[in-house]
Design a protein around this ligand. Structure first.
Ligand SMILES: [Zn+2]
Length: 130
């Protein structure tokens, strides 16, 4: 599966997107309070600090909740697909997709995979842990 929709980048998210070219998932960590957050932001959502650094994220997560999307949000998006909130081992919850042939359930362990984008970047997605 690939995603053909163009996904915009800004100065805050650009370093994070660049790491996806090497299929490296990063979380942003606060140097003041230690919070890990995703997506990357200008300020920490925990303390408002701006000492934020990207660091490697673990490849595993847990399905927090999910839904199957049958109605495309844009004409070029293929349906159905499974949209999920996945809690990463590092703490933050990522709004992502579940891919692969399995029936998801809440609290299920899942593992990182990637959906390639046409420009070489990739979207993190999750699949069943084998
Ligand atoms: Zn903080």
């Amino acid at each position: 599966m690939s995603i053909d929709t163009e996904i915009p980048v800004d100065e805050v998210t650009e370093p994070w997107w660049e790491l996806t070219r090497q299929r490296r998932l990063a979380v942003q960590r606060c140097g003041v309070c230690g919070l890990a957050q995703l997506p990357p932001r200008l300020l920490c959502t925990g303390c408002g600090g701006d000492e934020l650094e990207l660091g490697a994220a673990g490849r595993r997560g847990i399905v927090d909740s999910y839904t199957v999307v049958h109605r495309a949000p844009a004409p070029d998006v293929a349906v159905p697909y499974t949209l999920a909130r996945v809690r990463l081992v590092d703490g933050p919850i990522l709004l992502t997709r579940l891919v692969g042939d399995f029936e998801p359930r809440c609290d299920q362990p899942v593992v990182l995979t990637w959906l390639p984008l046409p420009d070489g970047r990739a979207l993190p997605a999750f699949t069943r842990e084998l």
